[in-house]
Design a protein around this ligand. Structure first.
Ligand code: AMP
Length: 542
């Protein structure tokens, strides 16, 4: 075994950007005024950097007119739309903290996010797919006393812009001058390792630099056109895509409200995209779509696959069948802005397909024995930790949770198991955290357990992830019913509908009188997973 330790840092001649997000965007807009910045074909929307900057100014003034102060929380609850992107940069321009609300959220989750981060202005669309957001908000509004203003994109957008007309450019400039790059600018709710969702709080410096170095490693220029089917509410959309683009004068192209394989393929062709993003599941769906052979992918050069383990065969297929010769893998988590490691466009096939690449510039990474905290030798597996500019400021309003993941040396402990080879390339080999990743969506078992616990007929409940060919993992609930209770799978599914996001509703249910436990009474989820996989005839997760 190697004597080298599993530690690496990103030496770089390229300095960090020591400016705020709006300052960066101003510079890019001046440098590439006529390059396209944002294109959303399904909304018939196109804007050059010059136009994009001017529209952001209008929205930013609207926010000031609505009384948004520096540090106020502004929520955004919507699928991918051009307004989302304008709000991302307008909030940064007035120093408000943008709170990303997952478009799949239902009443219980929305109430939690609105109350926890004390959102005072919520910008939302009227709905998504079959979900009516206005009705859901109506259910929880009374419980959210800090919520003062609501802007529904389809109805109130013009009013927001009109309100902004009474704000002068000097007033906006004054606000901009008061901003610092270490100010918090974004809260993203993550499922974390345990407990309720936690609000990872990120600064301009965190996400602007991460986006910049992602784009650098993909060799982005103002000629690149990035197809974005991944959600904007997650770092994958708003950082890996939007911030990588605006730091390079590249174009952001939203393929639709949400991921639809054929629309993505058509957008790549029609918009001559050079780069395409997705979680592995999206690429698998696109490659297997019946329309796949109808479209031309010759404009593609690169792209990113990330969010969950990327199968080598899928990486090879996108390279060969979609012309993505320089496709890469990123690894990271929301709490680290998110990317810590990334492959290089000229890496050999093995490294580009089977590893998550090397440490990002200016960051430090190490792999430790989770029991002792000591750095393990190269080649030995342990917990992946990251330190540097990318580590979040904190979990919003939750100092205990923050200190449980960021230690005194400012290392973020990821809960992921990894190995580093002698050249510094990292492979993710598993997880020590109790987290389910279903098709790229992180799900906290605890959150579902807490919700089901409120059901009168349930004595106890445990939630686990079971293997799935399609999604990587599916959710399964083991229910211990109250004595004499008459509960069924159907009743429980109905109990969850409309309250928790559809992707969190367990696919499998098992009714038991006890759980497998250790001698100390701790529930053995590992054994539950094995039993479930066997009973369902599924391969246990590696
Ligand atoms: P999120 O905070 O939603 O971005 O999820 C972060 C988690 O997704 C990480 O802690 C990993 O467990 C997982 N993840 C992200 N990227 C990768 C990757 N390339 N390979 C394997 N797992 C990944």
């Amino acid at each position: 075994m190697s004597k080298l330790l599993s530690y690496d840092n990103g030496i770089s001649d390229t300095p960090l950007l020591g400016i705020t997000i709006p300052e960066q965007l101003r510079r890019t807009s001046q440098q590439y005024p006529d390059a396209e910045a944002l294109v959303v074909p399904y909304q018939n929307y196109r804007a050059t950097y010059k136009e994009f900057w001017a529209q952001i100014e209008e929205v930013a003034k609207g926010l000031l007119a609505y009384g948004v102060k520096k540090g106020d929380r502004v929520g955004i609850w919507s699928p991918n739309r051009y307004e989302w992107v304008l709000v991302q940069f307008a909030t940064a321009r007035v120093g408000a903290i943008l709170v990303n609300v997952n478009p799949a959220y239902k009443a219980a989750e929305l109430k939690y996010a609105l109350r926890h981060s004390e959102i005072s202005l919520l910008i939302m669309s009227k709905g998504f797919r079959k979900t009516n957001y206005v009705d859901i908000l109506g259910e929880v509004r009374a419980a959210c006393i800090r919520l003062k203003h609501i802007v529904i994109m389809e109805h109130d957008w013009k009013s927001l812009l009109q309100a902004g007309q009474k704000i002068s450019s000097e007033q906006l400039a004054e606000r901009e001058q008061s901003l610092q790059f270490d100010d918090p600018i974004n809260i993203q709710y993550t499922s974390g390792t345990t407990g309720f969702p936690k609000g990872a709080t990120l600064s301009h410096h965190n996400i602007l630099n991460n986006g910049y170095f992602i784009g650098e490693r993909l060799k982005y220029t103002s000629s690149d056109r990035v197809c974005i089917p991944v959600p904007l509410y997650h770092c994958f959309g708003m950082v890996l895509a939007n911030l990588a683009c605006i730091t390079h004068g590249s174009c952001m192209i939203l393929s639709g409200e949400a991921f639809v394989p054929e629309t993505v393929l058509k957008t790549v062709q029609d918009e001559k995209c050079t780069s395409l993003y997705g979680v592995p599941l999206m690429f698998i769906a696109a490659l297997n779509d019946p329309s796949f052979n109808n479209y031309d992918y010759s404009s593609l050069r690169t792209g990113i696959m990330a969010g969950a383990t990327c199968p080598e065969s899928t990486m090879r297929a996108v390279r060969e069948k979609m012309n993505m010769k320089e496709v890469g893998i990123c690894y990271g988590m929301t709490e680290t802005s998110p990317v810590s490691t990334q492959t290089f466009v000229d890496d050999n096939e093995y490294r580009r397909c089977a590893t998550v690449g090397k440490v990002h510039p200016h960051l430090e990474i190490k792999i430790i024995d989770p029991e002792t905290g000591c750095i393990v030798p190269r080649g030995q597996r342990g917990e992946f930790c990251t330190r540097g500019y990318s580590v979040m400021l904190k979990y919003w309003n939750n100092p205990e949770a923050t200190t449980s993941v960021i230690d005194e040396g400012r290392w973020m402990h990821t809960g992921d198991l990894a190995e580093m080879d002698d050249d510094g390339y990292v492979r993710i080999v598993g997880r020590i955290k109790d987290l389910i990743i279903r098709g790229g969506e992180n799900i906290s078992p605890f959150e579902i357990e807490e919700y089901l616990h409120q059901h009168d007929d349930i004595k106890d409940v445990q939630v686990i992830g079971v293997p799935s060919d399609r999604y990587g993992e599916e959710v399964m609930a083991w229910i211990m019913p109250q004595e004499g209770a008459n509960i069924t799978e159907e009743k429980l599914v109905n109990y969850c509908k409309g309250q928790i996001a559809t992707f969190k509703i367990p696919k499998y249910w098992k009714f038991v009188s006890e759980f497998p436990t250790t001698v100390t009474g701790k529930v053995r989820k590992v054994e539950m997973r094995e039993i479930a996989a066997k009973e369902l005839g599924l391969e246990p997760r590696k």
